[in-house]
Design a protein around this ligand. Structure first.
Ligand SMILES: [Zn+2]
Ligand SMILES: [Zn+2]
Length: 345
């Protein structure tokens, strides 16, 4: 089968490899839609990701497809069913799983290889984090469940209340999903981004205030001007992953407000904050990593209800044969929206 295999830093190759063989509790899925993701781009640029993948390996983790083979012990799924499988599943036994913090599972089992004709879903993911896709939901929409699950986990952690002003910094696919989900939650959304096209999208998704952040300028004042009495935003979601944006997030939030540092910065990044600001303004600083099976189910539910349109986050489509070019283009322009990769067949 055809697959995009990552060998190291910016070394993605389109190859013919064997179709994975499955064990008794596993399933084999014909990939119908795989979405590009900022995390895959990060792995591509750095050539490694300690938690998620060991190279060389087929890349890609946001997928939906059709079951073509089931192991003898699988009872819950059948050949021909349309499914979405998460890229991980928790162990249910470790310290964190026992405390209902499954995103932090110490034995999180990851699965990659969505940029391929077929992908094997390991037993634990079959059992705990694979879902049937309703007929009226297309594959590309279903594949949005994984990134959306991360966003829903972030919203849960941030505890947004209806009527809150939520400022989202960074309008890539994740930031735009936050705009949409915050809007659905009844928040008033302020979107901060660089590109006009992305700001327009944020407006289309429900943002009421658009703030253009130019290189070298600080959008803090403009955000504050758009809050009651200039006090600042009730909630700020940082969806960039840069120290600069982390600092901006803290400067935009109101006293008693909450910041979620959703964007992961490069390894060993250190950010300094004024302790007086954190303490006397009683700020809540949160960060969210990954998702849980609960949030995967919620995400698929949201997509099924039609509350999110795939076309708002996915801008392009490319055959699997073009996977290398797609990544080269992504590397040249970060913050791009998603491309859906369609394998042959
Ligand atoms: Zn992803
Ligand atoms: Zn665990």
């Amino acid at each position: 089968m055809l697959a995009g295999v990552l060998y190291g830093k910016e070394e993605l190759r389109l190859e013919h490899i064997a179709v994975p063989s499955i064990g008794p509790a596993e399933i084999l899925v014909r990939v119908r839609a795989a979405l590009t993701c900022g995390t895959d781009l990060k792995v591509y640029r750095r050539g490694h990701h300690a938690k998620m993948i060991t190279l060389p390996a087929p890349l890609g983790h946001e997928l939906a497809g059709e079951i073509v083979e089931v192991g003898a012990a699988v009872r819950s799924f059948q050949i021909g069913e349309r499914i979405v499988a998460a890229n991980s599943a928790p162990c249910e036994q470790c310290f964190f799983c026992r405390r209902d913090e499954r995103n932090l599972c110490e034995n999180l089992l990851f699965n990659n290889g969505a940029y391929a004709e077929f992908i094997k879903i390991p037993a634990r993911i079959v059992e705990r984090n694979t879902y049937r896709v309703p007929e009226h939901v297309d594959y590309r929409e279903a594949a949005l469940a994984e990134p959306l699950a991360c966003v829903l986990k972030g919203m849960d952690d941030t505890k947004v209340r209806p009527g809150d002003t939520v400022t989202v910094i960074g309008l890539g696919p994740i930031g735009l999903m936050f705009v949409r989900v915050a809007k659905i939650s009844g928040a008033r959304v302020v979107a901060v981004g660089r590109r006009r096209t992305q700001l327009d999208r944020a407006e289309h998704l429900g943002a009421e205030v658009l703030v253009e952040s130019r290189r070298g300028s600080d959008p803090t004042e403009e955000v504050r001007r758009n809050t009651e009495g200039g006090r600042g935003s009730d909630v700020v979601i940082e969806a960039v992953g840069s120290p600069h944006a982390w600092r901006q997030a803290v400067s935009m939030v109101r006293s008693g407000g909450t910041v979620n540092f959703f964007g992961g910065c490069p390894k060993q990044t250190v950010v300094c904050f004024d302790t007086g600001r954190l303490h006397y303004a009683s700020l809540t600083l949160r960060a969210t990593f990954h998702h849980t099976p609960y949030h995967m189910r919620e995400a698929l539910e949201l997509v099924t209800r039609g509350e999110l349109n795939a076309s708002d986050f996915i801008v392009g489509e490319a055959p699997l044969a073009d996977i290398v070019t797609v990544f080269q283009q992504m590397a040249a322009q970060s913050g791009r929206l998603k491309t859906v990769i369609i394998p042959p067949g």
